[in-house]
Design a protein around this ligand. Structure first.
Ligand code: PLP
Length: 438
């Protein structure tokens, strides 16, 4: 990597403050300080800033850069696709090769029975599409009153209107004054879900949605057998199961898709992020052959849902190459092996530091709980996670702290290409960073 020296970054910082409204940010801090870091390059697990300082990208940026930064192969494939066919529509009866090939490839790698993809440009659009699809489906089946969507507290499903309405984390919902109707939340507790079905009536419930592992909420693994039991309840009451695999898809948990860890096959699956490793904006909803056939057989006319960029040729070409790289380099297995390495590192940190409570993870998704008392899991009044995150940053490691709803949690999701050396470096930095507050 080479440092960028010929740009006046102080001017860009002022332009950023004045003209750039940052997504999911502390708007006042942003106005005072401007961007804390401006990245100029990426290579492998590293990002480089304007001073030429390197950071381990310990969250794969937004849990998405699974194959790591700086992949020239993806640059080449984008250039070839843009030069050949920059854009053409997939509405109605039009199609093109990258979207067809990608849809077929997705059918090959997703669990048995999930065979057809509707393309979007990201996770929020995927979830909104899934909500509309399940309602459309029940309408076609003669049950238009089956429209409620049940999600879980601490879940994150994105920021489109439906996706926000399904998000269990309250701060995201509180951002706006009113949400989409017919969205409900339950805890990771089967009894609450069963009671909800009894109270509302299965004939009013369209679908249940869950991330296989809750990411943004703090890397929460489900209770043992939770999904098997939820799936059985859904089948019993004719409720469709939507797996939000936006983070967990494409190798993140050590299997191709998160649901494989729990031995279930959903009716619909939302994907985004790792499908292109962030090199282009793409998402999708993958539906079962059963739903697809019913949509066709029972169709009441036109399929009135589609984004201009549903199946964007360049994004699809990038996704195909990204998936080829994941397979060629064995990154799903590397995620499993390095995930175990990372968890071992967390367990070592737990021994070293009084303030580390539970540590957990699956594949390359992990979390460390900060506690005042290991035995009672009591937390500090003021969370330490933000301070630790900033100490890690000083030492060249990017990760996130979760402080929503009383949490004090450090979360991690490094690129799936990380090796033992990279994991050790992360753990050493964390050891120092945690040491500064402990
Ligand atoms: N679903 C999950 C589980 C996510 O983690 C995210 C984003 O972090 C989304 C949906 C929303 O995806 P996007 O930001 O691409 O709209």
């Amino acid at each position: 990597l080479t440092a960028t020296t010929d740009v006046d970054w102080t001017i860009l910082v002022e332009l950023d403050k004045k003209h750039f409204l940052h997504p999911t940010s502390s708007i006042k801090e942003q106005q005072k300080e401007g961007p804390a870091l401006i990245f100029t390059e990426g290579n492998g697990i590293y990002l480089k800033d304007t001073d030429g300082k390197e950071y381990i990208d310990g969250l794969s940026s937004l849990w998405n850069v699974n194959i790591g930064h700086g992949r020239e192969e993806l640059g080449k494939v984008s250039m070839e696709q843009i030069s050949k066919l920059g854009f053409s529509s997939t509405f109605a009866t039009f199609s093109h090769e990258p979207a067809i090939r990608l849809a077929a490839k997705i059918a090959e790698i997703t669990p048995e029975g999930l065979n057809t993809t509707f393309f979007t440009s990201g996770g929020s659009e995927s979830n909104d599409t899934a909500f509309k699809l399940v309602r459309h489906y029940w309408k076609l089946r003669g049950k238009p009153e089956k429209k409620k969507i049940v999600s879980r507290r601490k879940s994150y499903h994105g920021v489109a209107m439906g996706a926000t309405s399904a998000t269990g984390l309250k701060p995201f919902r509180d951002f706006t004054t009113s949400l989409a109707p017919d969205f409900y939340y339950v805890d990771s507790n089967l009894e609450e879900f069963k009671a909800f079905i009894q109270k509302e009536g299965a004939e009013t419930i369209a679908a249940f949605i869950s991330e296989p592992i809750q990411g943004t909420g703090g890397v929460h693994l489900p209770p043992q057998d939770y999904f098997k039991e939820i799936k059985a309840i859904c089948e019993q009451y004719n409720i469709l199961f939507i797996a939000d695999e936006v983070i967990t898809g494409f190798g993140r948990t050590g299997t191709y898709f998160g649901v494989e860890q729990f031995g279930i096959v959903p009716d619909l699956m939302s994907v985004a992020k790792g499908i292109t490793s962030g090199y282009a904006a793409l998402g999708g909803v993958i539906i079962s052959s059963k739903i697809h056939n019913d949509l066709i057989e029972l169709s009441d006319g036109l399929f009135m849902h589609g984004y201009t960029y549903s199946g964007h040729p360049t994004a699809c070409a990038i996704a195909l190459k990204n998936i080829e790289i994941i397979e060629r380099e064995g990154l799903v297995n590397n995620s499993k092996v390095m995930g175990e390495e990372m968890l071992d590192g967390f367990k070592w940190l737990q021994q070293e530091h009084e303030i580390i409570g539970e540590v957990r993870g699956l594949g390359l998704m992990g979390a460390i709980e900060i506690v005042k008392d290991k035995k009672t899991n009591e937390r500090f009044n003021e969370p330490f996670a933000p301070k630790i995150v900033s100490e890690s940053l000083k030492r060249g490691l990017i990760h996130r702290g979760v402080v929503y709803e009383g949490a004090d949690t450090l979360i991690f999701a490094p690129p799936l290409i990380i090796d033992k050396y990279g994991i050790n470096k992360m753990i050493n930095i964390l050891n120092e960073a945690i040491g500064t507050v402990n």
